[in-house]
Design a protein around this ligand. Structure first.
Ligand SMILES: O=C(O)c1cccc(C(=O)CC[C@H]2O[C@@H](n3cnc4c(=O)[nH]cnc43)[C@H](O)[C@@H]2O)c1
Length: 218
């Protein structure tokens, strides 16, 4: 869509939930690009490049979908807006703890967008104004869904401002950064981060929240 926003999700069900809530569908493209940061980065970069080649580049990119919420930081069925998207397992272990990619001595040109990519302030402000009930904080991107109390505690301690986790945000952010486009991340909380417990999932509430939140994209 010429000059429109590109909203990418992991799976078609998330795309459909958002499409059901758009007010002006002509100004927003919603598309599934795959699960995990690699698929999300590759799929988003391809869509951005195709639009550029067609002479109708997008003006902004949003990573949207369901996600896990840190207990007491983000409510089930609520919406989270990311202040920054963090590649929380991209780096190196050491006896002193996790070392993020930018602390491994590599030159900046090899870091892509870097292991932490901030949301565009103007785009985030627009989304916050449209979604005043949203929880705002850092969103982690992980290749592995957190499933133990220990990992939950480690991540919560390492990132005190993190409110949610997903598997795509940072990958989408890298594609947006490399295309020079504003980026933001939106997550509807489907499950608490912690010991694996399918009984605690609230998928219907999260998908309904995505549909309601879609009005923020126009
Ligand atoms: O099998 C499990 O234990 C499990 C727990 C949570 C999510 C899944 C998924 O397969 C969904 C991955 C999909 O949804 C996003 N998502 C939703 N909740 C989380 C989460 O707690 N941590 C990370 N990602 C989550 C994610 O962005 C993927 O697109 C399985």
């Amino acid at each position: 869509m010429n000059g429109g926003i590109l909203v990418v999700t992991a799976v078609p069900a998330e795309t459909e939930a958002l499409l059901a809530g758009l007010i002006t569908p002509a100004s927003t493209t919603v598309a599934p690009v795959g699960v995990g940061p690699a698929a999300a980065a590759a799929g988003t970069a391809r869509l951005l490049a195709l639009a550029e080649v067609a002479g109708s580049p997008y003006r902004a990119v949003v990573s949207a979908g369901i996600g896990g919420g840190f207990p007491d930081r983000a409510a089930l069925g609520g919406i989270v807006l990311g202040t920054r998207s963090i590649a929380a397992d991209l780096g190196a272990e050491s006896p002193e703890g996790f070392l993020p990619l930018d602390e491994l001595g590599m030159s900046r040109e090899h870091l892509g967008g870097g292991p932490e990519i901030p949301a565009d302030p103007t785009l985030l402000a627009q989304l916050r104004a449209a979604l005043p009930g949203a929880t705002v904080g850092a969103v982690l991107t992980l290749n592995t869904v957190t499933g133990t109390a220990e990992t939950t505690r480690v991540l919560a301690d390492r990132y005190p401002d993190a409110v949610a986790e997903g598997m795509e945000g940072h990958g989408v952010a890298v594609a947006a950064a490399q295309a020079g486009l504003p980026f933001a991340e939106l997550r509807a909380i489907s499950n608490p981060i912690g010991p694996r417990d399918r009984g605690a999932w609230r998928m219907r509430a999260a998908f309904d929240a995505l549909t309601t939140a879609a009005a923020a994209f126009g």
